[in-house]
Design a protein around this ligand. Structure first.
Ligand code: UD1
Ligand code: MG
Length: 482
């Protein structure tokens, strides 16, 4: 049955001038995935025999990105003749010579189009044994789009581009979405007849519709259920609009899957993120890349995690993290900065104003306040005092700090790497640890404190400090002379 064969042609050769960008339009990202990635994924969901992507503008960059997103996609190069019709010809030429069947044409810049819409378009096309079936939409403002022209009986007659339309045709509100299914044989045949004799001097794919009309097989246009599904991205305003829609769908999907999200409008979740039931995402949070959130974890408010793993029941508040692993029951933030290579084990803590990088922090160990911990391993059950800094960089190379288990380091320490602090060791407040501390030892290196009585009265007379000191000596007795 030749009818059941399917090829998808994705058009991605256009320049995308209106994006005003050095990045090719189809590589701009939406929910963490390039525009064309959404389209390729949707195309694949239909399980076609072939997916062909037509490229030209920034050919190598776009082709490499496509290969990355879909290793089996066939890359077809469009020549110097412009227009969507020429692009489809290039796509057809890249199919195996014996391919006969249905050809679904989609644009690489229509990211919200879903597989269900395409599947029903295909089903209608096959059911009607049509030569072509166009997905249309009815828009309040049809400016810029090709218009669907129907005859008195309401049958699709042709598509006219905005640039070539009469006043009356421009008033039509049903537009061509740029998504179609064609039978391959009549498509090939009619495309060969299409010229570039039009306002844009391009070979229009849309001209095929008028040429097919009157042939033995019918052509039809079907309006999409909701018009935003077919919205194309031509500039950055439309990119943001599509991003908002997509995010709404993603967030809603996770809510229905059992994730608590009280303020959906302020939560942004990439398509590539996964969340488990009974996790909770608080307002102002962005979850990006390959981030995963386990059951019972609470993330946010105001947190951005990229490629992070958050364990069961963990708590992450006002944090920026990239490539970090947060163990079950662990606590992070508020105001933490987790850089790549951070691995916080179960029940550990990375607290307030703490930055970590390449830091492996063991079971139940804590870095609670005001610290930089880089290129470091910490064992289990250790507590790193407030304001501790690992001096990991000697100006040329990075060095490691190794802290054992059940260590108690004092406040405001500097660990000058490379250095090791043994299991169960203590360090005093303000210690600069330059030499290894053996297990169970105490390391202190502060100089004795020098106290000069009445220094303020002698050196800062008439200041508020001097007055306060004088008042204190009257009420307390003059302890500074003791
Ligand atoms: C096209 C349709 C228009 C429709 C609109 C929907 C034609 C002639 N017009 O217009 O009826 O309403 O889409 O969005 O088809 N492309 C190529 N090679 C080219 C030119 C374009 O591959 O030479 C690709 C683009 O990368 C893009 C798609 O085709 O993915 C559509 O091209 P675009 O220039 O945006 O066409 P529109 O003018 O929007
Ligand atoms: Mg367009």
């Amino acid at each position: 049955m030749t009818d059941s064969r399917l090829a998808v042609i994705v058009l991605a050769a256009g320049q995308g001038t209106r994006m005003k960008s050095r990045t090719p339009k189809v590589l701009h990202r939406l929910a963490g995935v390039p525009l064309i990635g959404h389209v390729l994924a949707t195309a694949r969901a239909l399980d076609p025999e072939h997916v062909v992507a037509v490229v030209r503008h920034e050919r190598d960059v776009v082709a490499a990105a496509i290969a990355d997103l879909d290793a089996h996609a066939i890359i077809a190069d469009q020549d110097e003749i412009p227009g969507t019709g020429r692009a489809v010809e290039a796509g057809l030429a890249a199919l195996p010579a014996d391919f006969e069947g249905d050809v679904l044409v989609v644009s690489g810049d229509v990211p919200l189009l879903d597989a269900e819409t395409l599947a029903s378009l295909l089903a209608r096309h096959r059911g009607a044994e049509a030569a072509a079936t166009v997905l249309s939409a009815v828009l309040d403002d049809a400016t810029g789009y090709g218009r669907i022209v129907r005859d008195v009986a309401g049958t699709l007659d042709r598509i006219v581009e905005q640039k070539d339309a009469t006043e009356a045709e421009r008033a039509l509100t049903e537009i061509n979405s740029g998504t179609y299914v064609f039978r391959s044989a009549p498509l090939r045949e009619k495309l060969a007849l299409v010229s570039t004799d039009n306002a844009a001097q391009e070979k229009y794919l849309t001209d095929v519709i008028g040429l097919l009309r009157g042939d033995e097989h019918p052509v039809a246009a079907l309006p999409a259920g909701q018009s935003w599904i077919v919205a194309g991205v031509n500039d950055r305003v439309q990119l943001a609009d599509a991003g908002l829609r997509l995010n709404q769908m993603i967030v809603r999907g996770w809510q229905l899957a059992g994730v608590t999200i009280s303020d959906p409008a302020s939560v942004w979740i990439d398509r590539t993120v996964t969340l488990e039931e009974d996790s909770e995402i608080l307002p102002g949070t962005q979850l990006k890349g390959a981030t995963t959130i386990a059951r019972g974890a609470v993330v946010g408010p105001d947190t951005t995690l990229t490629d992070c793993e958050v364990g069961e029941g963990a708590r992450v508040s006002r944090t920026d993290g990239t490539l970090a692993v947060i163990g079950a029951g662990a606590s992070v933030g508020p105001f933490a900065y987790l850089r790549p290579g951070t691995r916080l084990a179960a029940d550990g803590k990375i607290g307030t104003f703490v930055e970590t990088k390449n830091a492996v922090i063991g079971l139940g160990s804590k870095v609670p306040h005001l610290s930089y911990i880089g290129d470091t391993t910490v064992g289990e059950g250790s507590n790193i005092g407030a304001g501790t800094i690992t001096a990991n960089y000697d100006g040329v190379k990075k060095h490691r700090t190794e802290v054992g288990s059940h260590v108690r380091s004092g406040s405001h320490n500097v660990f000058v790497a490379p250095v090791r602090i043994g299991d169960g060791a203590y360090t005093g407040a303000g210690t600069v640890v330059r030499k290894d501390v053996p297990a169970g030892a105490l390391a202190v290196n502060h100089a004795p404190q020098r106290t000069v009585p009445r220094w303020v009265a002698a050196n800062r007379p008439g200041t508020a400090a001097a007055e306060a000191a004088a008042a204190a000596s009257e009420t307390d007795g003059d302890r500074s002379t003791e």
